[in-house]
Design a protein around this ligand. Structure first.
Ligand code: NAD
Length: 228
């Protein structure tokens, strides 16, 4: 592709939106051509871009997908906390468009996903898994999207259907912390990821935006973007 990737940003006034705008302003490969937030129309914003990035609220997803389909616009979805119905709207959209949908865009957390899968396979069902996640007080959804992804990975790797316990702590300004405990007879393994800056998610989302624009329709995870 010639020139910078033209991005429209939904949720531009939020914590993640502002971080993305800051980061993109120093990145010659990215041009944020439109920004919208609560109360703005999404349609004109998405008319001029190559890809749309969403870090807003789950309730925005129907309109985002409707407009993306209208303008054949690939999507990078970072918002978490969607209902089952909202997730099925995303899945339906991904039948026609390339969509990266990731509960966490950081390289470190995606390594945690891969290590959790491997640890669960090695340790087996003798070890009980448990997840603890901590985030800042303003975070709206609980458990976090990443904790739910970890639980899905554990269920699949251990071939179990019972609910993996998740403890959600909301305190202070914590950007994000996820720990997976594996407790077995006489020993305990702990895998922890600590995020200290929102930039890691913003950098990952911009990398996903560059990656997704020439992909065939499908629902992609950050693991696909990173080639893990
Ligand atoms: P925030 O509350 O600071 O910002 C959200 C912004 O979206 C606000 O400015 C709000 O006005 C706007 N908004 C709300 N409803 C909207 C709508 N219908 N249309 C357009 N804009 C709307 O939240 P944040 O910390 O920036 O996080 C945003 C989302 O991203 C949350 O769901 C959060 O869990 C998720 N998140 C994901 C990752 C990841 O790596 N996937 C990382 C951090 C945050």
């Amino acid at each position: 592709m010639k020139g910078p990737v033209r991005v429209s940003l939904v949720g531009a006034a939020g914590r993640m939106g502002k971080t993305i705008v800051d980061l993109a302003s120093n990145d010659p490969k990215i041009d944020i051509v439109s920004q919208c937030d609560l109360g703005d129309a999404i349609e004109p914003a998405m008319r001029k871009s190559d890809v749309a990035i969403d870090f807003s609220h789950p309730d925005a997803i129907e309109e985002i997908c409707r407009v993306a389909l209208q303008y054949r616009q690939p999507l990078v979805i970072g918002t978490t906390g969607h209902s089952a119905e909202q997730r099925s709207v995303i899945e339906k959209t991904a039948e026609s468009l390339p969509v990266v949908f990731a509960s966490n865009f950081s390289v470190g957390v995606n390594a945690l996903f891969a290590l959790t899968r491997r640890a669960a396979e090695i340790l087996g069902r003798e070890f009980n898994a448990e997840i603890v996640e901590t985030h800042h007080r303003m975070k709206k959804d609980a458990p976090s999207g990443s904790a739910k992804t970890l639980a899905e990975i554990l269920n699949k790797a251990q071939n179990i259907t019972n609910q993996v316990p998740i403890e959600s702590i909301r305190e202070g300004n914590v950007v994000g912390e996820h720990t997976v405990f594996f407790s077995g007879p006489g020993e305990r393994l702990k895998l922890t990821h600590q995020a200290s800056s929102r930039e890691i998610f913003a950098r990952g989302a911009l990398r996903a935006a560059e990656w997704v624009i020439d992909k065939p329709p499908g629902l992609y995870a950050m693991q696909d973007v990173l080639g893990l």
